[in-house]
Design a protein. Structure first.
Length: 240
């Protein structure tokens, strides 16, 4: 069966998204019409660009040059650099939910779900579609002291993420996997710290053991979270 869309010279194994063909990490525009598909395709490329250049380096002009589009055409879609940044962050958030949170929440409740969240996040950070790593890590650094809609969105998304980790730890308590006295907010804070340290070690320091160190730190924290339960149970058995 032949391809439904795209020019005849487009290889069948090259993905097409809303009129954009991605090949060898470069995105080339073929026929861009109007509508949601086009906007999403532009945002896909903009997200890749933001992870490499930073969100401040993501401008309508740079994006237009990269996609071989007119600046006025892109301006009609996004109106301003700030709107472009926010819409890229919103798309990144949707992808994060689809690729990290939803699959993890489909895992059985308890410690296995906590572990699934961590493993899905590691895969997200290393995704080929995010050549510069997690966009929220970059955005958190860039917008931490810059008030505005982009910062507001990053703050909300990060608070939601920490709440998701904390709630998942609570299910582990309910399932008897974690100590009932576990401080779930502190657990989420420490797990986020492990994730950020992994990004620092793998991307900046190019540490070949970055993932192994992150996994070891995670296992140590999980063991601590469930350790009190096991110790209490063991002590109670001895007292009998």
């Amino acid at each position: 069966m032949g391809p439904r869309h795209g020019p005849p010279h487009t290889p069948p194994d090259v993905p097409e998204i809303g009129g954009l063909t991605i090949t060898n990490g470069r995105t080339i525009l073929f026929s861009v019409g109007k509508g949601e598909q086009t906007r999403e395709a532009i945002l896909v490329h903009a997200l890749r660009l933001a992870t490499k250049l930073g969100f401040e380096g993501l401008t309508i002009g740079r994006l237009a040059d990269d996609l071989e589009l007119s600046k006025s055409g892109l301006f009609a879609h996004f109106k301003s650099k700030e709107n472009l940044q926010v819409q890229v962050l919103e798309m990144a958030s949707r992808r994060f939910i689809d690729e990290v949170i939803k699959p993890a929440l489909s895992t059985p409740r308890g410690e296995r779900r906590v572990r699934a969240l961590f493993e899905r996040w590691l895969a997200w950070e290393a995704s080929p579609s995010l050549p510069g790593g997690c966009p929220f890590t970059a955005a958190s650094t860039e917008f931490d002291d810059r008030p505005g809609p982009a910062r507001d969105f990053v703050v909300k998304s990060q608070k939601d993420w920490l709440e998701t980790i904390g709630n998942t730890a609570r299910t582990a308590i309910q399932e008897g996997d974690f100590d009932p006295d576990l401080d779930c907010e502190q657990f989420a804070h420490e797990l986020q710290g492990i994730m950020l340290a992994y990004g620092h070690a793998s991307r900046l320091l190019k540490d070949p053991k970055a993932r192994a160190r992150a996994e070891r730190a995670f296992d140590t924290r999980v063991q601590s979270a469930r350790g009190a339960t096991r110790t209490t149970s063991h002590t109670g058995a001895r007292r009998r």
